[in-house]
Design a protein around this ligand. Structure first.
Ligand code: GLA
Length: 627
């Protein structure tokens, strides 16, 4: 056993005044994922930013809301109508109450004040929900990046401090309890772009805010403070929403290691900087979320940013690209937030957002983000398990040449005759073993696959990421993720040294891959299926009625730490069921446990003592819940 003897553990707790030394790998005995807010499936709706930037107004937003209803999109689930940056006039200095720019939101004009209540009432009367936008700092993104906007906050320095900083409880109460919003997106420019040296401070007279986010240097980012600020909003949301009917969207662009902790604080968290309507930028934001399946589950979703369907490389003259963008967002359970002026949407675009079959994949109640089953820079294959056990598969040609792509039963973890329905053309076909497709440049084929699953009496854990909560992923030193596509910057062209790896999370837990995107292998034996993670990890798995846990666990052949022993422990509702020790170079150890009646299985991989600081990579090969 590697646990501390009880007396010692108690002494440690007393000495540290409570939890500081609490063993993070101790079993929780329950599912501890954040269940606050209303996001059992990824949020869907519309947001003003990609369509109008700060030139948002009431007519445009209500027009979008009406169009959602009239087009039938609302019925498909597009229910949130979200106002982004640009709505604010000032913060009233007498009492700190935020004032709306009633010039662009006329219904907000009420005697001696302003209120969005008439606006949210109208949205609600349409059967829709309303979203608002703020910033975690004192100042917003538009104040820094849109100097020519007609809709920037006005007045003295303090009046222009429209962000949440120092006003979290007051603003959240106003937005939710008093104004009736249902959704908030909280940006982070105020934590990042208002350092004392920034020209905007002098030019505009903003109060400096020493940055706690540095997007290019995680070492210069105060991760705990950024997280604590967002947590303060999460707590305020609970207070202002006794009915739990809200969505909390974190928008700090993949910085401050949010890809690791976002699921504990909010309902969606941006995994990258802003999307733009350029193909390569879409690849960039997509990649930032696409290998993070184990960090998403009902209530918590990776957010590669809002849809740009309808604009630029995704406009009505580029329907292949537009369909790809949409399909990819759908299959990785990204929020489906439309960013287009819906009052003038052509049918060709409405047919994309309105593809009920693709939306159904995204909204499947299982909440299993698709897993990357084949990866290359040219072609990728993503497979998503649906709640009825069927599969969906997306075959994505990222490049400019047509690709001949083999899809195998192994990719799908299926066997026998497999039927495929193309969810764009609706054509069907059957295959055994493998089949192949010619995929046009930038095309994504999406199929629903029916047939027998390879594991007839159960589920591989990598088939059900939505039932998994990575409580500890073992990452000690956050590292930038080099797998994310690096594009020629839409803003900076080729100035400077290039668009280098950003967004920590490299080394995080993965389905069917090691934490560093290698194939899983223990002592020369490859595993097509499994969970790849680091020692120092604890993973919670929901068990819906299976009776047996099974895995072949060991130190992965790609480990860098070749010296240390790992103890693999399997808990059922907090009770140790079985354990095994293993070292690099040893064959996988078979772990089986009776999990009859168990609600949460926990998988703990502990390093026993630590001689090396290098990553100790472990594989739960073929980990499965079985009947
Ligand atoms: C940031 C966000 C965008 C948008 C703008 C508004 O860039 O990432 O999504 O909200 O701010 O200014």
């Amino acid at each position: 056993m590697t646990r501390l003897p009880l007396a010692l553990a108690l002494a440690a707790v007393l000495l540290t005044g409570g939890s500081a030394l609490a063993d993070p790998l101790a079993p929780a005995g329950k599912w501890t994922a954040n269940t606050r807010g209303q996001a059992l499936t990824p949020p869907m709706g519309w947001n003003s930013w990609n369509a109008f930037h700060t030139e948002v107004d009431e007519e445009k937003v209500l027009g979008a809301a009406q169009a959602l209803v009239d087009s039938g999109l609302a019925k498909l689930g597009y229910t949130y109508v979200n106002i982004d940056d640009g709505w604010w006039l000032k913060r009233r200095t007498s009492d700190g109450r935020m004032q709306i720019r009633t010039q662009i939101f006329p219904s907000a004009k009420v005697k001696g004040d302003s209120s969005f209540k008439p606006f949210t009432d109208r949205i609600h009367a349409l059967g829709l929900k309303a979203g608002i936008y703020s910033d975690m700092g004192r100042n917003a993104c538009s104040q820094r990046f849109d100097p020519h906007s007609p809709n920037l906050p006005e007045g003295m320095t303090a009046e222009r401090e429209v962000g949440l900083y120092g006003h979290v409880d007051q603003d959240i109460d106003l937005y939710f309890r008093q104004w009736g919003f249902d959704y908030i997106k909280v940006d982070a420019c105020g934590l990042n772009y208002y350092g004392p040296e920034e020209p905007v401070i002098k030019a505009e007279g903003y109060r400096p805010f020493p940055p706690i986010i540095d997007q290019t240097a995680i070492n210069r980012t105060d991760i705990p403070q950024v997280r604590a600020l967002y947590q303060s909003v999460a707590d305020a949301l609970v207070k202002s929403n006794p009915d739990n009917d809200y969505v909390f969207s974190l928008c700090n662009w993949g910085a401050a290691d949010v890809r690791q902790w976002g699921h504990d604080v909010g309902n969606i968290w941006r995994t990258s900087q802003d999307i733009t309507p350029e193909w390569t930028r879409m690849l960039h934001t997509f990649d930032s979320a696409a290998t993070r399946a184990l960090y998403a589950h009902p209530g918590a979703w990776n957010d590669p940013d809002m849809l740009f369907v309808g604009h630029g490389d995704f406009d009505e003259n580029h329907l292949t690209e537009a369909r790809s963008h949409f399909s990819l967002w759908a299959i990785i359970n990204a929020p489906l937030i439309i960013g287009y002026d819906l009052r003038k949407a052509p049918k060709s675009l409405l047919d994309i957002w309105g593809n009920a079959d693709i939306v159904r994949l995204n909204q499947d109640t299982g909440g299993h983000q698709a897993v990357l089953e084949y990866m290359s820079d040219d072609v990728e294959i993503f497979v998503k398990t649906l709640s009825n056990g069927d599969k969906a598969v997306a075959i994505f040609n990222r490049g400019l040449a047509p690709a001949e792509v083999a899809l195998t039963a192994d990719h799908l973890k299926m066997t026998g005759t497999i039927s495929l329905t193309d969810l764009w053309s609706k054509a069907t076909q059957n295959f055994n073993g493998e089949t192949s497709f010619k995929v046009a440049p930038r095309e994504t084929l999406v199929f629903e696959a029916k047939g027998a699953r390879q594991l007839a009496d159960g589920m591989y854990l990598s088939e059900i990421p939505g039932n998994i909560h990575v409580a500890e992923d073992g990452v000690i030193v956050p590292e930038p993720d080099p797998i994310v596509h690096r594009m020629l910057s839409p803003w900076g062209s080729s100035h400077g040294g290039g668009s280098r790896a950003a967004y920590t999370g490299w080394g995080g837990a993965q389905a069917d891959s090691t934490p560093y995107d290698q194939n899983l292998q223990i002592d020369g034996h490859p595993f097509v299926s499994g969970i790849g993670i680091l020692a120092g990890s604890r993973v919670e798995v929901k068990n819906d009625g299976f009776t047996r846990f099974e895995a072949q666990a060991g130190v992965d052949d790609t480990t860098q730490d070749l010296k240390d022993t790992v103890v693999f422990q399997v808990y059922g509702d907090g009770k140790l069921l079985t354990e095994a020790r293993s070292l690099y170079g040893e064959p996988a150890k078979l772990l089986t446990a009776d999990i009859t009646g168990v609600k949460v299985v926990e998988l703990v991989a502990r390093a026993d003592g630590r001689k090396s600081d290098l990553p100790l990579i472990v594989t739960w090969g073929n980990a499965a819940l079985r009947k």
